[in-house]
Each structure stands twice: as structure tokens, then as C-alpha cells.
Design a protein around this ligand. Structure first.
Ligand SMILES: Nc1ncnc2c1ncn2[C@@H]1O[C@H](COP(=O)(O)OP(=O)(O)OP(=O)(O)O)[C@@H](O)[C@H]1O
Length: 264
């Protein structure tokens, strides 16, 4: 199904967008009359990796805030998994649905070890009573080992998270989202502040996650080398709307995009 046919779906309660993991239609968010999002429409398919770029103030963070329930849109539809209306849900409910967000700055528990951070992420997925009674099963232990390998921290389970490099903290936090088995991962400028080697390793990590069709990934990023390394479809936001969409080469050759970036 193409984006155009999806946009033809009727609005209002009870709408559905089959075959999509994230469906954003005509979303507007205003702050004191200023439109941070202006009838924004965007569709992410299951298993897709999408990169979002755009100049400062384009609305990228506000879009993430709307998807995760931090900000309520003035109008528009936001559906998860083709039918779940995210505009009616709290941030906790949305996280429990399987939508995980990683903010630009790492927010790991610095005084806990790498292993304990992953263990905690697993516990947070559970209800309070079972958390109190929680003991790691062999299977869960195995899952933590697996995730340690995926995020490149296999040899650091006992290290305090506070002693990790900036890049390693970012990978640990991605590992925490994996422990929670999130299906839609929203990554906000994951390579900001990383060394070149860390940036390359992060691109490999994201491409690795993308191999698993269970994961859909939306990556907001300013670093064009990194965006190129991901090789994904790129959406360009500007003034709260989609300005262009396509391969990185295609959007970089788009006159409107060039004007927005160079005209500033
Ligand atoms: N709570 C708020 N109150 C008033 N204006 C806001 C608020 N949040 C965002 N804005 C404005 O909305 C616009 C979009 O901001 P947003 O942070 O979403 O952009 P962005 O694309 O994430 O920018 P950056 O790349 O700099 O992070 C900006 O002009 C910003 O000043």
C-alpha cells in the first residue's frame, strides 16, 4: 500500500491504517499560536528503518514527543500498529505498547553496572508485584548476554555504567530498549558527541537491529555521514511538515531542501 492510499483513509475515531507500524496524519501542534508541527503526515512500515533530518526548529523533537505521548496534538491522527490511537494514551501506556525512545543524552544508571542496567530494564517491563519477587530465569540471563553482545558490551557486564565512554553509554541505553522488547525504536541524535569510530560502530549496530523484522526504527540525526551509512529512506522536516522524502542522494539534490539548508 502506498503512502497516498494510506492518506486517503477517513479521519476520526475508529480509523485504521493496515500494514503500518506508525501512521501520523495531519498532526498539528501549536505553542502560543506558533505551529511547531503543521499538518505533519508520515508513515512507517513494519520493519522499516527511517532517518529524519531537518534544520534546527523543524519539529523533529516535537514529532517524537507526540508519538511518545509527551505532547498532545491539537489535531491529527497518530496510530501504532495500524489501529492503536496514541493520542489518547499516557506516556507509560505507550511505552508498554512497545514504543521505546532514546533521548540525545544518555540516561543510564551510572552507579549500577552494565549488567544491572539491563536487568533493571527487564524488571521495568513487569508489574510491581512480580518485580518484587523477580529472579532472573536462565532464559532472561541468556537474553541479557545476547543483548550485551549486540550492543558491543560483552566484556563489560561488571563495569559501572558511569565508567563507560559516551558512546558505550549510548549503546547500553539502546540495549535497555532491547531488553524491554520494544518494537518501535525512536532514536534522537544517537551519534551526537561520539568519536568517528563510535559513530561507525553505531551505524553497524542500527543496521544489525534493522535485520530483525521485529524492529522498526526511526532515527533523527544531523550527521550526514552517519545518515549515509544507514542507507535508509530519509524524511526531511521543515517548519513542522515533510519537505521531501526519498534516498539521501535524492533529497540532497532536491532544490527545496538545498534552499532550506543553505539559505540559513
Ligand atoms: N514547549 C515549547 N514552547 C514553545 N515553543 C516550542 C516548545 N517546544 C518547541 N517549540 C518550538 O517549536 C519549534 C520546533 O521545535 P523542535 O524542538 O521540535 O525542533 P527540532 O527539529 O527538534 O530542532 P533541533 O534540531 O534544534 O532539536 C521550534 O521553533 C521551537 O522553538
Amino acid at each position: 500500500m502506498t503512502d497516498d492510499t494510506l492518506m486517503d483513509q477517513p479521519h476520526g475515531p475508529g480509523i485504521a491504517a493496515p500494514g503500518t507500524i506508525l501512521y501520523v496524519d495531519s498532526v498539528t501542534v501549536s505553542f502560543d499560536g506558533f505551529r511547531a508541527l503543521n499538518e505533519l503526515s508520515l508513515v512507517i512500515e513494519p520493519g522499516e528503518l527511517r532517518t529524519i533530518i531537518g534544520p534546527n526548529g523543524a519539529g523533529k523533537t516535537t514529532m517524537m514527543d507526540v508519538i511518545t505521548g509527551k505532547t498532545r496534538p491539537d489535531q491529527g491522527d497518530v496510530l501504532f500498529d495500524g489501529h492503536v490511537d496514541l493520542t489518547k494514551m499516557t506516556e507509560d501506556q505507550i511505552a508498554n505498547l512497545g514504543i521505546g525512545r532514546k533521548f540525545q543524552k544518555p540516561t543510564v544508571f551510572e552507579h549500577l553496572t552494565v549488567f544491572e542496567n539491563l536487568e533493571l530494564a527487564l524488571k521495568c517491563k513487569r508489574d510491581t508485584l512480580s518485580t518484587l519477587l523477580f529472579r532472573l530465569s536462565g532464559e532472561q540471563q541468556h537474553r541479557i548476554d545476547q543483548v550485551l553482545g549486540t550492543v558491543g558490551l560483552k566484556d563489560k557486564p561488571r563495569m559501572l555504567a558511569g565508567a563507560l565512554s559516551h558512546g558505550q553509554k549510548q549503546w547500553l541505553e539502546i540495549g535497555m530498549l532491547l531488553m524491554q522488547d520494544q518494537r518501535l525504536l525512536l532514536l534522537d541524535e544517537p551519534v551526537a558527541g561520539m568519536t568517528d569510530a563510535e559513530t561507525e560502530a553505531t551505524a553497524e549496530l542500527i543496521l544489525d537491529l534493522h535485520k530483525d523484522p521485529h524492529h522498526s526504527l526511526v532515527v533523527v540525526e544531523h550527521d550526514m555521514e552517519f545518515v549515509r551509512a544507514l542507507g535508509a529512506r530519509v524524511t526531511v522536516l521543515h517548519e513542522g511538515s515533510v519537505l521531501a522524502e526519498g534516498s539521501l542522494d535524492a533529497v540532497q539534490a532536491n532544490a527545496k531542501v538545498v534552499e532550506v539548508y543553505l539559505g540559513r
